[in-house]
Each structure stands twice: as structure tokens, then as C-alpha cells.
Design a protein around this ligand. Structure first.
Ligand code: FAD
Ligand code: 2HG
Ligand code: ZN
Length: 456
């Protein structure tokens, strides 16, 4: 029987069937999608992952990989049938090696992102991926979703942090491309198949990550603005003056920071009066570039900013970032908003924001926009809280996604597709792209056992 075979593979510490213990693993982070599972298995090495997948393939049973379960699209939650196997990577959490001279690090898929960042710092290096869930999300989940976060404007998404990868295929075989090379054109770049595929093409078991030199001290500023369009113009202004020194450039509405102050203890804005919009930005000190303070003074002279607070020390900078990283939690505490993780070219962001305002005020005047995001990447969390009992959710989402398409954007910027956005993929990735995605899925997982019902 499959269940006995799985218990045998992982040993007594490696499985859970108790419903109480399983419960938090079967509900997605937003509390919107509830699943069920035959068993949760937690392998301790890649051979066990391979044996689990082979046993499931032989039995024709689906496998759902799960990291920290912080994903926003319910991709890591099994369906409600109770027949799927939940494969948790959490026990595979070793940082195997740091090669300081090569600026690289080899890690297992279940490593918590924050532990990777700290290990890099311990070796005098910097790992660039950073996001609000970093204390609990795992690198395997980050790579499987091609996570973005706050540092994309300078360093790129999760995909850009990977030199090599090891994955287990749908028949249980192991593909190892765990090289640590910056240049390697020997054949297809196979690791890219698995990055961003949300567990539907293979189970990521380990990765070689790219490290950077320690960027040194940063300047962090919180800036008050009258309009979201001002933020887009400020970004252009500062990027010209500070070039690649900008690590993060985040937009947050006054309403959203109000939610943070309401729900997250010990948070406060450093201004006497509140503003409709804020930008939180971080820049590294770069020789030859203007200082952040001087660039901000220049922006104030041209009325691009209303007020600004530059962090005087790391405690103040951390307090600003704590407010930013707590937004998702504060929004969840206030009640579920309709999420739209969208991106448009930065050059069309202001147009999108203006047209979005117009659309919402006509369509759902009682709705509350819950907007924030990574302006430097053209990625907004354009979330909408509808009044209790409203039936407008679907209509609003459809209209926003159409506007995104008209402004040259994507309806899924950094959270992936999971199960909740799957129905939109054929509309916005139609024709030849979706056909090629299906060809890849069929080739790599002909019996559809890897995370079925997700993405495609
Ligand atoms: P999970 O949620 O466990 O899984 C996500 C998907 O990856 C699922 O489809 C799962 O099946 C698959 N998967 C997981 N592990 C593996 C593996 N080893 N092999 C193959 N497939 C696997 N995302 C951003 O991009 N930017 C942000 O700024 C950001 N901020 C966040 C802030 C908060 C407070 C929260 C709760 C979430 C945030 N997220 C953000 C969303 C989320 O994508 C990330 O938290 C993270 O990348 C998910 O990692 P995880 O380990 O929790 O993955
Ligand atoms: C963030 O940027 C995350 O904080 C979460 O991507 C976005 O909760 C959201 O909508
Ligand atoms: Zn985000």
C-alpha cells in the first residue's frame, strides 16, 4: 500500500497523518483555500524525495510540494479530495557550502530565506533576495514561484540569484545541474524549467545561489507624497541621479500604512501629519554618485516630494522596513481584499494608476483601494477591499486585468498562478505560449502527478 511505503521511505520522524497537526499545512496563508491530504511526508534528503515521487508515480497518486506555505496563490495546498500526498521540504534545510571566492553558496531547498541571508553575511557576502515572508518562506518555494520582493530593481528576481539547481522529475529521477558557474552555454539551461514552475514540472531539492560583495552602509528614506503619480516621477528623477545605487523603491498608500498602524503593535510613521502616499526607498552609497540626501533635496526643490525622513541609524531604518514588511499581515487582519499582483512597464505606471482610479470610482465607488508595491519594477499590489456582501469581486478583477493588458502588463507579476489564478492564464498567455507550456508539462509530467490543478 502506498501509505506504508511512504512511511517506510521517510522513517518515523518524516510523516504526519494526524488531522490537527496537518491542519495549518492544508490552509493557504490568506486563509482562502482549504485542502486535504492523504499524508504529509518530509524527506531528509534527495534520495528520499526521489523514492517518494517514484512510489507516488507507480500508484498514480499526485504529489504537492510545499515550502513555508506563504504563497499568495494557494499553489502549495493539495486539493480537497484527500488523495494527494503533501511533500514538505522543511527537513532538507542544510546550507551545504559557501564558496566566498566564487561568490556562491549551495543550499537545500528547505532552507529558510532569512537563514540564507544571515549565512551570507557571516561569510562577508550578500544574498539579494528579500521579502516580508523571509522568516518562514523557503528557498525552494522562492525559486518555484520566482519570487520578487524589494530588491529586484537592483538585483533581479529569484531567477537571477540561481547558478545551479537539482530537481526530482515526475518519474523519480534526479536531474542535477548543481554547478556554480556564471557562464555555461553547454546545451539548454535546464534549471530555468523549474524556476517559476510552481512544482508542476519537478521538485526542487537543492540550489547553488549567487552571492554579492557586502554592499556596505545604506541610506533609507521614507517620503511623503500627494499622489501616486509623483512616486513614478520621483523614481525616474532619482534613478537618473543615483543610477544603480537604488536597491528598493516601494510605494505605499496612506490608507495601507494606516492599516499597519492599526494592526501591528509598535508601528508609527515619522511625520506629524499623514499623507495620501509614501515611498520607502533604500540606496547603497556609491562612489561618484550624488548622496541620497542631496538627490532628495533636488526633488523637493522641483516639488516632487512633500516631506522626507531619512533614517538616522539602522534601528530607524529597520522600523521603516518593519512597517513595509507587515502590510500583508495587516491587510489580512483587516479582512480579505481582492488581490491583484500586477505589473506594467514603469513608463506606463502613471497611466495605469490614473485609469485604475477612474475605473474603480465608476464601477465600485464604495470600494477601498489597498495599493502598495514595488514601483521600481512596475509591480503593484493593486488590491481592492469591497464592502461586506458585495458581489462585484469577479467584475472588478476582470476589469483590472483588462486594464493591465491594455497597458502592456501582466496579471501575475511575482506571486505566480497557483490554483487561484489558473483560469486567467489562457486569456492572457493565449495561443502559442500556452501551447508550448502544455507541451512542456506533457513531456515532463505525462501522467500529471506533479501539483495537478496548479498553473496550467
Ligand atoms: P510555498 O507557499 O510553500 O509554495 C509556493 C509554490 O511553490 C507552490 O506551488 C509549491 O507547490 C511550490 N514549491 C514550494 N517548494 C517547492 C520545491 N522545493 N520544489 C518545487 N515546488 C515547490 N512574494 C514575492 O514574490 N514578493 C514579495 O514581496 C512577497 N512578500 C510576501 C510577504 C508576506 C508577508 C507573505 C506571506 C508572502 C509574500 N510573498 C511574496 C509570497 C510568496 O511567494 C513568497 O512568500 C515565497 O516565495 C513562497 O515561498 P514558500 O516557501 O512559502 O512557498
Ligand atoms: C508584498 O509585497 C507581498 O508585501 C504581498 O508581495 C502582497 O499581500 C499582498 O498583496
Ligand atoms: Zn510584493
Amino acid at each position: 500500500m502506498l501509505i506504508d511505503r511512504l512511511k517506510e521511505i521517510v522513517g518515523p520522524k518524516g510523516w504526519v497523518t494526524d488531522p490537527v497537526e496537518l491542519a495549518p499545512r492544508l490552509l493557504d496563508w490568506r486563509g482562502a483555500v482549504q485542502g486535504a491530504a492523504l499524508i504529509q511526508v518530509s524527506p531528509s534528503d534527495v534520495t528520499q524525495v526521489s523514492d517518494i515521487v517514484r512510489a507516488c508515480a507507480d500508484a498514480g497518486v499526485a504529489v504537492v510540494p510545499q515550502g513555508g506555505n506563504t504563497g499568495m496563490c494557494a499553489g502549495a495546498v493539495p486539493d480537497g479530495s484527500g488523495t494527494q500526498v503533501l511533500l514538505s521540504l522543511g527537513r532538507m534545510n542544510a546550507i551545504r557550502a559557501i564558496d566566498s571566492a566564487n561568490f556562491s553558496m549551495e543550499v537545500e531547498a528547505g532552507c529558510i530565506l532569512e537563514n540564507i541571508q544571515q549565512a551570507a553575511v557571516g561569510a562577508g557576502r550578500f544574498f539579494a533576495l528579500s521579502l516580508g515572508a523571509e522568516g518562514s518562506c523557503q528557498i525552494g518555494g522562492n525559486l518555484a514561484t520566482n519570487a520578487g520582493g524589494i530588491n529586484v530593481v537592483k538585483y533581479g528576481t529569484a531567477r537571477a540569484q540561481v547558478l545551479g539547481l537539482e530537481a526530482v522529475l515526475a518519474d523519480g529521477s534526479i536531474v542535477s545541474s548543481l554547478r556554480s558557474l556564471r557562464k555555461d552555454t553547454a546545451g539548454y539551461d535546464l534549471k530555468q524549467l523549474f524556476i517559476g514552475s510552481e512544482g508542476t514540472l519537478g521538485i526542487i531539492s537543492a540550489a547553488t545561489l549567487k552571492l554579492y560583495p557586502d554592499p556596505g552602509p545604506r541610506s533609507t528614506a521614507l517620503i511623503a507624497l500627494q499622489s501616486s503619480g509623483q512616486a513614478v516621477r520621483l523614481f525616474a528623477h532619482l534613478r537618473e541621479r543615483l543610477s544603480d545605487s537604488i536597491e528598493a523603491f516601494e510605494l505605499v498608500s496612506g490608507y495601507v500604512f494606516g492599516l499597519v498602524q492599526k494592526h501591528i503593535p509598535g508601528t508609527a510613521l515619522p511625520f506629524a501629519t499623514s499623507a495620501p502616499w509614501y515611498v520607502l526607498l533604500q540606496a547603497v552609497a556609491s562612489e561618484g554618485d550624488e548622496s541620497l540626501e542631496d538627490a532628495l533635496l533636488g526633488a523637493a526643490e522641483t516639488q516632487l516630494i512633500d516631506d522626507a525622513a531619512v533614517a538616522k541609524n539602522s534601528a530607524e531604518a529597520n522600523a521603516f522596513w518593519r512597517m513595509r514588511h507587515s502590510i500583508a499581515e495587516a491587510e489580512r487582519a483587516e479582512g480579505k481584499a481582492q488581490k491583484h499582483d500586477i505589473s506594467v512597464p514603469v513608463s506606463r505606471l502613471e497611466e495605469f494608476l490614473l485609469r485604475g482610479d477612474e475605473l474603480l470610482s465608476k464601477m465600485v465607488p464604495d470600494a477601498q483601494l489597498v495599493a502598495f508595491g514595488h514601483v521600481g519594477d512596475g509591480n503593484l499590489h493593486y488590491n481592492v477591499a469591497l464592502p461586506d456582501g458585495s458581489n462585484d469581486g469577479q467584475r472588478v478583477t476582470d476589469a483590472i486585468y483588462e486594464l493591465v493588458a491594455e497597458t502592456g502588463g501582466s496579471f501575475s507579476a511575482e506571486h505566480g498562478i497557483g490554483s487561484v489564478k489558473r483560469k486567467y492564464l489562457p486569456r492572457y498567455r493565449g495561443g502559442s505560449e500556452i501551447a508550448l507550456m502544455r507541451t512542456l508539462k506533457r513531456a515532463l509530467d505525462p501522467n500529471n502527478i506533479l501539483n495537478p490543478g496548479k498553473v496550467i
